[in-house]
Design a protein around this ligand. Sequence first.
Ligand code: ZN
Ligand code: FE
Length: 255
Amino acid sequence: MPLKMRAIPCLRDNYAYLLHDPETGRTAVVDVPDVAPVHDMLAQTGWALSDILITHHHDDHIAGVMRLREDTGAAIWGARADAHRLPPLEHSLAEGDTVAIGSETGHVLEVPGHTVGHIAFHFPQSRLAFTADSLMVCGCGRLFEGTPAQMWDSLCKLMALPDDTQICSGHDYSAANTAFAESVDPDNAELHARIAQMAQDRAAGRPMAVASLALEKATNPFLRAGMPYMKTTHGLEDAPDVDVFAHLRAQKDRF
Ligand code: ZN
Ligand code: FE
């Protein structure tokens, strides 16, 4: 049975996610920007928290971790590489490690770029990946600590997941990200269709931080840096993919 998932809007544009295994009752939260909205969703679902999964050390992803741990006794999982700047970890993780949420096993992917210790969690049976500030809806995280090459490698790793994987990211930056995407990939018909659909989704109050990998590959300009037409559009026809990615990321920083 696949895990049940709930997206929880927190703070201004952050998202936390609950993951629940109906067979065993195990329930994990991915990132804790704020405690109250997570408690509200736990109360609404009746699920009891057992695990806290951390993607990276930024305050808008871990601010509520210690309080939630005190309230629930949940175990904390996070990157070994960042253990010195995360809340105390019960389980420290590196590439290839696994996280068991009841009957389902999640895989840890190291996805540096936004921060050097950023990790993602992939649950293949449930077709979910929690990518926080690495791969985001129609965008990717800003490079605060890592290099363009690191982020490009991370995005390539995520692009290799199955196309029907739901990418659950850390923020709703959909408005700014699609505006930028349109500016650098103006003739992409699927992008235009997506922007129209997003206007409806936003009006209906649907969470805007989750999308399929297939849709991201079709419309996210950062995932299209290796395509010949993108290179031509930006006058970089002979450049390696990573240079095109770096160019797009630098343009976004100034957008
Ligand atoms: Zn961050
Ligand atoms: Fe963030």
